[in-house]
Design a protein around this ligand. Sequence first.
Ligand SMILES: O=C[C@H](O)COP(=O)(O)O
Length: 273
Amino acid sequence: MPAAQNTAQNAAHSPRVTIGVSLKMYFGHHETLNWARSIASLAARHPAVTGGTAELFVLPAFPALVPVTGILAGTEVRTGAQDLATDDSGPYTGEVSGAHLHEIGARYAEVGHAERRRLFGEGDTVVAAKTAAALRNGLTPVLCVGELDQVAPAEAAARTVAEAERVLATASHEGPLGPVVLAYEPQWAIGAPRPASPDHIRTVCESLTGWLSTQPALAGSRVIYGGSAGPGLLTQLGTGVDGLFLGRFAHDPAAVGRILDETLEGALACPTA
Ligand SMILES: O=C[C@H](O)COP(=O)(O)O
């Protein structure tokens, strides 16, 4: 199928807004399960989810993946992992492979988060290997990219597109690419009181979307924003972003509900690569 036709078909079938949630390491096990039950109930009745306006995925800690996937079974919410191994099996103490994750029902795997880069020393080579591992195991990579320091939007866009290009070019040496979720997370806006400005977010996300449109191997990819995102941001962003990647501001399920409400407001017309 020609790439352009493939892109058009993916766009036609993609929900307009992608909402991801990473629980990081904030919740205990029972707290995670209770949160997942609330999200399951929300997703089962919210018209944005039942009507396909929004797609929702959640990334709990590894031990909660099986029960959370069970709790969300029967809803349109998908689950994924916050990390995965570069390899698919073998002597890698403490690691969890993409094959294992797919077997237990995960459909997404986050790679390249700033916290893993900063605290665990992961660089582009490892991030690319994890991206490739996700793709070859049927997991959609949630590839986090974003500038370290607060710079002007145009400079942030240039750095972020270069980062995505670098990582995905390296990943392509290990196997075919496919649709990814590019999570634009300016590192200075993670864990902050407020997100980056709408103008900053739009400038970078539109650059990422423009770059993706030149990459047929990545057709069907989405660009979402993370970094202190919460209720109200989607409405402020309007067009130019395919969704949000939520952290702390999704801990209250009611806040997730308010964000889903925003996806129905009609002002959001998300371009899809
Ligand atoms: O994975 C999510 C992002 O790092 C954002 O987290 P945050 O909203 O708590 O800043």
